[in-house]
Design a protein around this ligand. Structure first.
Ligand SMILES: Cc1cc2nc3c(=O)[nH]c(=O)nc-3n(C[C@H](O)[C@H](O)[C@H](O)COP(=O)(O)OP(=O)(O)OC[C@H]3O[C@@H](n4cnc5c(N)ncnc54)[C@H](O)[C@@H]3O)c2cc1C
Length: 399
């Protein structure tokens, strides 16, 4: 039996759920289904990230990332407050550990100003006052930064959707698509779904689903694993909030940092290592199809040619706990390998073009009857309420 809906959203991560919710709020009469391949919602990027509510100082002024993060962060904290979802707002400190990093720190300060994010320039003594274990030559204190469990936010979005009559169908991986008299039929593991509009929020698989829906995105999603170590409770007690390095401006990743989550656990990470599979969460795990697809992609080799040195360094720090600790010690010199407790990971979906350039901004492409969210890396979770409304507005124009 084919079920029929006005809108089908593929992917029950935080972006898909927020988009579906925003569509429903804007047009209450529409029938909406969210199709998720896993048996639960939010099991991939949304459930395996750093849980940081970003302030928005990193992002290029004028970019969607900057606008939607600065607008979305405070809205998210307010939403969590209303729904009884735990958050913290400990603030963070970005620490320059050598004079050579000062120009990059100044650029961050400039971006923060342009994006309307309050930061305070601090010297070595104030760094220690704020974070007694951190050492640096200068830093930026960012009062806004907070923490949340994004999976809880996704669950609250799903509750709203179900309350308002939408369906969240887990175990409904989308397999193929064909046109029908009134739109499109998606073949899923749980049966066919007919709809007028598809919004593709499939995260690590978004480019594949886009092709299946007839859009050539011109990029490929490459999976970059981010690995974390938590600190033992004794070591965690010495870190108050979030401690970040000055990021390498060539990459969208923020560099290995210290974060304190809503439960008080302190983690170091995430690094960024190429993964042998789009859902390869273990160091030795992989997927032959994914690996072959990446290895046969020109963009991967162009990226590797440009950044092989950084890539090898990250790989080494992934394999060697001592090397990982040495890097983290640049920020917190008293850290010891015995302070590390448990390991975990997440995989980032990063769109890369054929020249090997990492797509910087959020990227949404549309074709008749289809909206594809091709690139939604960090801070998409922080920005979830705003990015959901942004995508919904694009989608609603098609209906
Ligand atoms: C290591 C790491 C750290 C991060 N830290 C932060 C942070 O601190 N703050 C922040 O704001 N952001 C952070 N991010 C980014 C943030 O997690 C993502 O931007 C956000 O979760 C993206 O949400 P999504 O819904 O697009 O993707 P996902 O959460 O990956 O959801 C996509 C969904 O689509 C489903 N799907 C895929 N294929 C199909 C199919 N064929 N049929 C049906 N369903 C399908 C998947 O199962 C999945 O549930 C981090 C990400 C990572 C990986």
């Amino acid at each position: 039996m084919t079920s029929r809906f006005d809108v089908a959203v593929v992917g029950a991560g935080i972006v898909g759920l927020s988009t579906a919710r925003a569509i429903g709020f804007a047009r209450p009469g529409l029938s909406i289904v969210i199709l998720e391949k896993e048996e639960e919602i939010a099991t991939h990027q949304t459930g395996r990230n750093s849980g940081v509510v970003h302030a928005g100082l990193y992002y290029r002024p004028g970019s969607l990332k900057a606008r939607l993060c600065v607008e979305g962060g405070p809205r998210l904290l307010e939403f969590c407050d209303e729904r009884g979802i735990d958050t913290t707002q400990a603030g963070k400190i970005v620490v320059a550990t050598s004079a050579s990093q000062l120009p990059a720190l100044a650029e961050l300060e400039r971006r923060a100003g342009a994006n309307g994010v309050r930061v305070v320039r601090v010297g070595p003594d104030e760094i220690c006052e704020h974070e007694p274990e951190a050492r640096g030559v200068e830093g930026l204190r960012v009062p806004f930064t907070g923490a949340v469990e994004f999976r809880d936010v996704a669950r609250a979005f799903a509750e709203d959707l179900i309350r308002d009559g939408a369906e969240v169908r887990t175990g409904h991986g989308v397999l193929s698509s064909r046109s029908s008299s009134s739109g499109r039929i998606l073949e899923t593991v749980g049966g066919p779904i007919e709809c007028s509009l598809v919004v593709n929020c499939a995260g690590l698989h978004v480019d594949r689903i886009a092709r299946l829906l007839g859009t050539e995105p011109g990029v490929k999603v490459l999976p970059f694993r981010g690995e974390y170590w938590s600190l033992t409770p004794d070591a965690a007690a010495r870190v108050r909030g979030h401690i970040y390095p000055v990021p390498d401006p060539r990459f969208p990743h923020l560099g290995v940092h210290f974060t304190r989550d809503v439960r008080g656990r302190v983690e170091i990470g995430p690094n960024a290592v190429w993964a042998w599979g789009r859902e390869a969460y273990g160091r030795l795990s992989g997927n032959p199809r994914d690996a072959l697809e990446t290895l046969s992609y020109r963009g991967f080799w162009n990226l590797a040619r440009r950044h092989w040195r950084t890539g090898l360094g990250e790989q080494w720090r992934s394999m060697s706990r001592a090397a990982f600790v040495r890097r983290a010690r640049q920020l917190v010199p008293r850290l010891d390998a015995r302070d590390l407790d448990q390991w975990r990971s997440g995989v980032r979906a990063q769109a890369v073009d054929t020249d090997g350039a990492l797509i910087y901004d959020f990227l949404i492409l549309q074709s008749p009857g289809v909206v594809n969210v091709i690139n939604a890396p960090s801070p998409a979770a922080t920005s979830c309420l705003s990015i959901g409304e942004h995508i919904a507005a694009i989608a609603l124009e098609q209906l």
